[in-house]
Write a protein that binds this ligand. Structure first.
Ligand code: 1HN
Length: 350
């Protein structure tokens, strides 16, 4: 029996299998368990300087009320049409103008906001307001009511990061609109930071969920911590000084499904090659430099956004003192026991 004949017989067999809702594993086995991760995710980059005017144009075309959330999705070209920035995460740039309200709602997806510009807009999370300044991190844990408003005289822009694709994969997305545009606040500003943000907690408090009870992580103390560490600590050859935002009551990541980081790279830092299983989204808070990814490189400056894909060899280089915020699904890899990293993995082709 010839090879052609054999493959025709097999094909006919596969068609009979398909009629019964069956498929031959041996045709796909190697794709299902690849030797190293297969990812559709690729490197991506957005220059804030170039896209800012489009965001402001969106502000002229649609109100926050009409849009519910006035956001330009940071859609990775490798995931075209899928509203995602990596395999598992969504990101967008949200604009709120003076006097506007982005109405209250809640959903099972976790969200983070990292403030890019503006001063004086607020997010209210489960009855507490936080005023946003550049570099602040604000969390919206699963199923917590949240709305945004801008009482200031200038627009505010932030990056939204959500685990939307992850929850879509698990088909576990639920959402509920609020009964009012802006929720009534039931706690004073700074209340959750006072209770949980100074390495103390109310004596009889017990955690009710996995997310941090602190939802506002201002930039100034985080930046100051890195600055102080930089005087004393040896720099990591890959990460420089890299800190993870934590739930202060458990020591776990601040959100159950998204890890968040702030790192400092000193002027002239030349990072070692590295790769890890989580794909990360970076935002340049300060400085300029480049990240080599495979045999390409991404040049970055203040306010730029870029993606390092899963298991991609990469190395950061800074030309001036730099601070990078980043987020990824690393916490999920770690909880489920499949997170891996490798240092000095390979050689770049330069
Ligand atoms: C959401 O709730 C917000 O609350 C922003 O600001 C972006 C994208 C998809 C689904 C929900 C927000 C979102 C979102």
């Amino acid at each position: 029996m010839g090879a052609d004949n054999n493959s025709q017989i097999r094909q006919a067999f596969y068609e009979r299998l398909a009629e019964q809702g069956l498929a031959p594993l041996w045709e796909v086995l190697h794709n299902l368990v690849p030797a190293t991760p297969n990812t559709a995710c690729g490197a991506a980059f957005w220059s804030y300087r170039e896209i800012r005017s489009l965001l402001m144009e969106a502000g002229d075309l649609i109100t926050a009320h009409e849009a519910e959330r006035r956001v330009l999705v940071l859609e990775n070209p490798f995931h075209r049409g899928q509203a995602r920035i990596t395999n598992s995460l969504y990101a967008g740039l949200q604009l709120i103008r003076p006097g506007e309200v982005a109405r209250a709602h809640r959903h099972t997806q976790s969200a983070l906001r990292f403030i890019v510009e503006g001063d004086g807009a607020f997010t209210a999370v489960d009855g507490e307001k936080a005023y946003m300044e550049r570099g602040d991190l604000i969390l919206t844990p699963p199923w917590q009511w949240h709305d945004h408003g801008c009482e200031a005289s200038e627009p505010t822009v932030w990056i939204d990061g959500l685990d939307l694709p992850m929850l879509a994969y698990f088909a576990a997305g639920f959402a509920e609109p609020g009964s009012v545009e802006a929720q009534q606040t039931s706690r004073p500003i700074g209340d959750s930071r006072a209770r949980f943000g100074v390495n103390m907690a109310p004596v009889d408090w017990r955690p009710s969920g996995q997310a941090s009870p602190v939802f506002h992580y201002p930039y100034a103390p985080a930046r100051d911590a890195l600055e102080r560490m930089s005087c004393a600590e040896a720099w990591d050859p890959v990460h420089g000084l890299k800190m993870r935002y934590l739930n202060p009551c458990t020591g776990a990541d601040a959100l159950p499904t998204i890890s968040t980081f702030l790192q400092m790279l000193p002027k002239s830092f030349r990072g070692d090659v590295y790769r890890c299983t989580d794909a990360a989204v970076y935002f340049v808070v300060e400085g300029n430099g480049r990240t080599k990814i495979g045999d390409a490189q991404t040049l970055w400056q203040k306010d730029d956004i870029f993606v390092v894909p899963n298991w991609a060899e990469h190395a950061h280089e800074a030309d001036s003192d730099s601070v990078l915020f980043s987020f990824s699904d690393r916490v999920v890899h770690e909880k489920l026991g499949f997170w891996r990293e490798q240092r000095g993995a390979a050689l770049f082709l330069d």
